[in-house]
Every structure is written in structure tokens, then in C-alpha cells.
Write a protein that binds this ligand. Structure first.
Ligand code: FES
Ligand SMILES: [Fe+2]
Length: 356
């Protein structure tokens, strides 16, 4: 049987063991989630507590008291320190024990503290080998997030699926006409896009010429649904943690002048091998008054829940291997970007010296 469009086959990814690099900046939270109350997060199989110092700096510590393993996030913040709710041990911003109520001076115990970077609305964390931190690519900066021409909406979902499943989802938009037929109604994403790999990034691009606009697109542009319009879509795997995408619209009669830009960040952080936190940021530089953006955010959320539903089903089946049937996966041309992303993640993993 000839299937020239089948470009590769591979063993089904088990998604049961760690397939994320530790030596990578991942998203811990949105900046406005972190304040003077402890925020608990499981990130990369690690319990983490986040809070701000009196000066507003973000502090990230292991969320496990070394005394009897109470979560420090159940405790309270005192100055720049956090006090365990169980027996009152207190830990400073660097993780060192500052006080044990039953002792005159504290013992030399500590909790791990983790480097963090706050960039625009995003808080990045590094949970890997600190000796290697300078060799690791810095967190990607997406300038549109802080560009005053854009208005953003953001959200976070906890999804019971491996983070790579979402990476592949956003790298292959041929699912739009199926998973999102009822929400986004974008039915023209059919052909495999152009894919370019550069170093450890992979980008797809897809141009639509005089293609009838889906209702949501048309409404935001003030046009009738089905109006033939030009648009350019792209998506880039920036790192195992970050994917950036966008759609730029053009009047077909003025095809060089953008008349609307939408950008997205799809930021995934593994909780463990079968779960992720999915942080998303969406922005528009047109139709971006509060009501229009709220409406946009509602449609997006509906669509992202559709992704969640199918990804959870994929995760469940991939971890519960069937007794019969093909155990592998068959990739087609439209998967080229997703397949490249898997290879890039494999390279990130291979560079690590940490042994499980
Ligand atoms: S468990 Fe934290 S002080 Fe005892
Ligand atoms: Fe989707």
C-alpha cells in the first residue's frame, strides 16, 4: 500500500515516565497569582510554595517541611520567611532554617529554594541543576504580552494529560475542523502547513488567501461570516515549556497591510507524567475593548476545554495499553512540526546530566 503522506512511524509514547527536561525554565504561575499568601503548586513532580517578600520579590521554596513533611504552604509568611503550620519551624527566603521554637538556635537544615524570573505576566521557575543554569536557554520573552497595542486575556487549566500532548495539539491545527467545529468553526485548516526547524525551535506557517472567514473571526473584524479574507497563521515551539502562535489578517484588496493581529502563548508545565498545568495568554491589537475581549476569552475557554477532553482521552488510552491492535503511531505530513518537537525534547533530555 502506498502512503506517500505517511512520513514516519514510531512506538507509541508511553507517557508513563518522565519525558520533560529538568534543566529548563518552566512557568510556575502568573505574576498576579503570587502575593503575600503562600501559593502551592506541583511542578515537575516537585511540591513548590511561592510567595512575595516584603520588597515584592518572588520566593520559591520546596513545599515540604524537612521536619515532618507538612506543606509549608499551609503555614504563614513572617517578613520574608515562612513558618510551618505544624511545629513552627521557620525558613528564610533562601530556604535556610531560621528558627525552631523548641531550640535556642536553629539546626543547619534547609529546604530547597529555586530561581525564578518574572517577565511581564509570567513567572518562570528553574527546578533543574543549578550548576547548569547558565547553559540553559533563558525563558522566552514574548514582547506582545507587554506591548500597549495589545490587550491580553489569560487563564490556567489543570489537565490530566502529559504536557507533550498539548504541545503536539497546538503544532497540528488540522484538528480545528474536528475538535473545534462547534466552537471556533474554522474549517479551512486542512492542508499540511510549511514547517521550518531552526536549532531547537520548530515553526509552522500557513497562509489563507480569500478564504471564507469563520463567524468568530468575521465578527471581530466587523465583517459578515464567510467573507473571503486573507490571513497568515504561524506557531513556534520555543522551548519544551513554551509555544507561541498567531494569526494576522489582511484585507485581500490590501494584502500587505495587516488589519488585525492575534497572538497566543501556550505554556505547559508538567505536574507529573500524566498531568500538566496549561497557562494560556491570548492578545489582540484590534477589537480589544473589554467586552470584545471577554467574549473572545469565553470562546477560547470553550475551545480549550474541547482540547482538554480529547487530550485526556488520548492520555488514558496511551497509559492503558490495549491487548491487541497496533501499538505504534503513524505520523503524516501534517505532524511534521509535532514530530520535530518530540525530537527537540529528546535533545533537551539528552543534554541533562541528572540521573533519575
Ligand atoms: S512539620 Fe514543619 S515544623 Fe514540624
Ligand atoms: Fe485545539
Amino acid at each position: 500500500m502506498q502512503h506517500s503522506d505517511i512520513v514516519s512511524s514510531s512506538q507509541q509514547k508511553p507517557f508513563g515516565k518522565r519525558n520533560y527536561p529538568l534543566n529548563c525554565w518552566w512557568v510556575a504561575a502568573f505574576a498576579d497569582e503570587i502575593g503575600r499568601k503562600p501559593l502551592a503548586r506541583w511542578l515537575l513532580d516537585t511540591p513548590v510554595v511561592l510567595y512575595r517578600s516584603e520588597a515584592g520579590e518572588i520566593i520559591a521554596l520546596e513545599d515540604r517541611c524537612p521536619h515532618r513533611q507538612a506543606p509549608l504552604s499551609a503555614g504563614k509568611i513572617e517578613g520574608d520567611a515562612i513558618e510551618c503550620a505544624y511545629h513552627g519551624f521557620r525558613f528564610g527566603a533562601g530556604g535556610r532554617c531560621l528558627k525552631v521554637p523548641s531550640m535556642v538556635s536553629p539546626p543547619p537544615i534547609k529546604v530547597e529554594s529555586y530561581p525564578v524570573r518574572e517577565i511581564g505576566p509570567i513567572v518562570w521557575i528553574y527546578l533543574g541543576d543549578v550548576e547548569r543554569i547558565d547553559a540553559v536557554p533563558p525563558p522566552p520573552v514574548m514582547e506582545w504580552m507587554t506591548d500597549p497595542a495589545f490587550v491580553i486575556r489569560k487563564g490556567m487549566m489543570e489537565i490530566a494529560a502529559n504536557y507533550l500532548l498539548l504541545k503536539e495539539n497546538v503544532l497540528d491545527l488540522t484538528h480545528l475542523g474536528y475538535v473545534h467545529a462547534a466552537s471556533f468553526g474554522i474549517m479551512d485548516w486542512v492542508n499540511p502547513p510549511t514547517v521550518t526547524t531552526e536549532g531547537d525551535t520548530v515553526t509552522y506557517t500557513q497562509s489563507f488567501v480569500r478564504s471564507p472567514l469563520a463567524a468568530g473571526y468575521a465578527m471581530s473584524l466587523g465583517l459578515e461570516p464567510g467573507t473571503p479574507w486573507n490571513r497568515h497563521g504561524f506557531g513556534t515551539f520555543l522551548s519544551p515549556a513554551a509555544h507561541e502562535s498567531g494569526t494576522i489578517f489582511f484585507d485581500p484588496d490590501q494584502p500587505d497591510v495587516p488589519n488585525g493581529r492575534t497572538f497566543f502563548a501556550h505554556l505547559t508545565t508538567p505536574t507529573d507524567s500524566g498531568n500538566m498545568l496549561y497557562f494560556f495568554v491570548a492578545a489582540r491589537d484590534y477589537a480589544n475593548d473589554a467586552a470584545a475581549m471577554d467574549h473572545f476569552a469565553q470562546i477560547l475557554l470553550r475551545g480549550f476545554k474541547e482540547d482538554e477532553e480529547i487530550l485526556c482521552k488520548v492520555q488514558a488510552l496511551s497509559t492503558r495499553q490495549p491487548r491487541r491492535g497496533s501499538q505504534g503511531e503513524r505520523s503524516v505530513k501534517a505532524d511534521a512540526a509535532g514530530v520535530a518537537a518530540r525530537r527537540i525534547v529528546d535533545r533537551w533530555m539528552a543534554r541533562e546530566t541528572i540521573v533519575d
